[in-house]
Write a protein that binds this ligand. Sequence first.
Ligand code: 5AD
Ligand code: FES
Length: 348
Amino acid sequence: MKEIIDRLADVHTLSREEYRTLLTEMTAENEEYLALKAREIRHAIYGHDVFTRGLIEFTNYCKNDCYYCGIRKSNQHASRYRLTREEILSCCKNGYELGFRTFVLQGGEDGYYTDERLVQLVRIIHERYPDCAITLSIGERSKESYQRLYDAGASRYLLRHETANEAHYKRLHPSNLSLQNRKACLVHLKNIGYQVGCGFMVGSPGQTVDNLIEDLNYISSLQPHMVGIGPFIPHKDTSFANEKAGSLAMTLRLLSILRLMLPSVLLPATTALGTIHPMGREKGILAGANVVMPNLSPTDVRKKYMLYDNKICTGDEAAECRLCLSRRMEKIGYRLVVDRGDYRTCDL
Ligand code: 5AD
Ligand code: FES
């Protein structure tokens, strides 16, 4: 097992069988070795810095009906909201003062947010905060729309592929959504010049080890700048209400594998990871992650952006997630930095 881990650290890719061994035959001792190698590479490129992204969940209206997601269109219990331009700009102002230099505008696929409205919004943020990066996470749009938003000043885009296996994609999504289109969006985004993030949920219903290997191979071929992974967590108002959540151990293992596959990748320790374990985000950083994405949304809407049950950072105590995370990171020997947190090229 150690030889396989060393090989992955050296050549950044493995055969399907080797990935399978890593994913299925892991012992506690090897788990620690895998994390150690992942941290070594992460320290060589990013030191002990942890990058932050201020997440602004600006709308929970969504025209899609993904079976896993709490804000899916058919969830009648979701209380819908949409932040106004002024509210979003006030999140940015607050975020800038707190030390954020990247804003992530995330939302459901909300028809109200036309290209015109979004372009105008992105342009204003870009003008007011020229030293900040603007990341969009607003789902599938046309190539032209992605281009217009890029021209307006957005430079990064998060669009999880969710699973790289056709049959599994169908198990998670209604038939009007396709893996093919998802992948095409990621290619368009990359070609336009965005820094692109893909990703998937760990332990989503029906996910097999083979599916995970396909995810890893797809990620290898796409060579994204960012990869977002977190455990699947059931939401009570979805078709998957009674499914099991993804495991902490498997998520951490995959974070370490991703760090070794893509040494420079921007890898968040996600809120979902922090939700399944009180120290989940710390453990994620110690497994090789280097980004955290605290919530910057107004506290009164946070409970409404419930993609899954029991999401953390939605109560009153969450007004200052940045401070909380900063303390948490210091306790494990890392520091939150005031920085755009750009991708660093390297030849490791
Ligand atoms: N559990 C965990 N992650 C989820 N997401 C959506 N629903 C869930 C859930 N129930 C993730 C998806 C999506 C991202 C914004 O949140 O991967 O791309
Ligand atoms: Fe949100 Fe701690 S990070 S409350």
